[in-house]
Design a protein around this ligand. Sequence first.
Ligand SMILES: Nc1nc2c(c(=O)[nH]1)N[C@@H](CN(C=O)c1ccc(C(=O)N[C@@H](CCC(=O)O)C(=O)O)cc1)CN2
Length: 285
Amino acid sequence: MKAQKLDGKATAATIKSELAVRVEALKAQGINPGLGTVLVGDDPGSHSYVRGKHRDCAEVGIASIQRELPDTATQEEVEAVVRELNEDPTCTGYIVQLPLPRGLDANRVLELMDPDKDADGLHPTNLGRLVLGQDAPLPCTPRGIVELLHRYDIPLNGADVCVIGRGVTVGRPIGLLLTRRTENATVTLCHTGTKDLTRHALEADIIVAAAGVAGLVSADIVKPGAVVLDVGITRTEQGLVGDVHPEVLEKAAWVAPMPGGVGPMTRAMLLTNVVEAAERQLASR
Ligand SMILES: Nc1nc2c(c(=O)[nH]1)N[C@@H](CN(C=O)c1ccc(C(=O)N[C@@H](CCC(=O)O)C(=O)O)cc1)CN2
């Protein structure tokens, strides 16, 4: 079997053209959506992701607000930028690029954000709203995964999903999205303390690999015909490597590859969160 591709790049392009129409409509009614980014330090991956986010904004007509601080920035300096963006009327929503350099407290920074401007859905209030089933901006990668599965008509109702990785941007929130009544999947969250990853993965209809361990998901832990989404990225001297071993393409029915699968969807969902925040602004006028 040669797996079919869950093409996040193509799907994100479609979503961006849909968003461009909504941005035009907002502008016609006097609302100019703007995305802010707070980037601290010089991690090359983070710089590249933030550049990508602003390229996307330009494509759909969203204004860009960029704040950069050196890796010597103090907690107070980062928090001052967050306070400034909370007050900036041109900033509809913003993100703090993670991870922050060592020594900075990301949770304190996230907590200081105005939850209504949280374009990443990572503010504790918004994660709490997600737990309670209330309306809130959703974390971008989990939202991107669910959107990609829906757009390819991958059945979720009753599906067994094995999530590998318990990080706050993917592993933990994806379970909350997939177990909503609208998705209705059963989710097992595996992590470094899991005794028998093979057993859980082999039982799964869908595997979300978000551990950040290159090649962790080998073909022998994938059920024939499963759907596998590669979310992990490891930077090596040979280039970027995902969590899913290429041999999985021979076993799975569908694969969201890295690159070109979940990553572009993450970016498209960030834009979606900003557009939705602007639409809420319009509705509350
Ligand atoms: N504040 C946040 N920080 C981080 C998030 C996040 O959602 N919010 N997620 C990741 C990084 N990330 C976005 O910020 C991100 C990662 C990867 C991609 C992507 O498009 N990847 C490409 C491959 C990489 C490349 O070409 O350089 C792909 O999969 O095709 C987009 C966004 C951690 N931090």
